[in-house]
Design a protein around this ligand. Sequence first.
Ligand code: GRF
Length: 203
Amino acid sequence: KRVAVLISGRGSNMEALLGAASEPSFPAEIVAVISNREDAAGLGLASRRGVEAIAVPHRGHADRQAHEAALSEALAAHAPDIICLAGYMRLLTPDFVAQWQGRMINIHPSLLPAFPGLDTHQRALDAGVRIHGCTVHFVTEKTDEGPIIAQAAVPVLAGDDANSLATRVLLAEHKLYPLGLELVATGKARMSEGRTAFSDPAD
Ligand code: GRF
């Protein structure tokens, strides 16, 4: 399967996906990395690894639709089957999301449905949870509410602050995202009637 990764910044999850996809047995190939910010560090990381790295800045477009039209054009040039959002910080329109329904996934730094949205690590600390983590899910119209594909739990330790917790969760993200992509790329996890359907593990 051909995969495009959308980023806005650092790109460490994108790098984890590139690392996994460099294994010959991995069922997906990263064909493009696209950022809505020209200064995203992840663009440099991708091009140094020989992957097509493209900036499609949202600035300069009249509205969200106009930016997405440019994004769709860049995507079409690389014909991806699957889109991975990896720290992509722009909201997508319902039309774009519908077009990629079941074929676009995201990684979120919490155990959804707990802590959708931003600032998840501080909110987990404030809530006093002892177990935190990350989630790979299908992207639907409602931000961070799509069907869950895979999750990893991460303990909250005494003395944690948002930074130390984020660092621990990020390590888990880097393992989880390739696993989630693999499930979707092989068809072992697919979106059906608003839920994730998993094929029989014996298949
Ligand atoms: C990650 O924590 C991801 O879960 C969240 O944004 C962060 C992106 O980090 N959506 P990176 O750009 O992958 O390093």
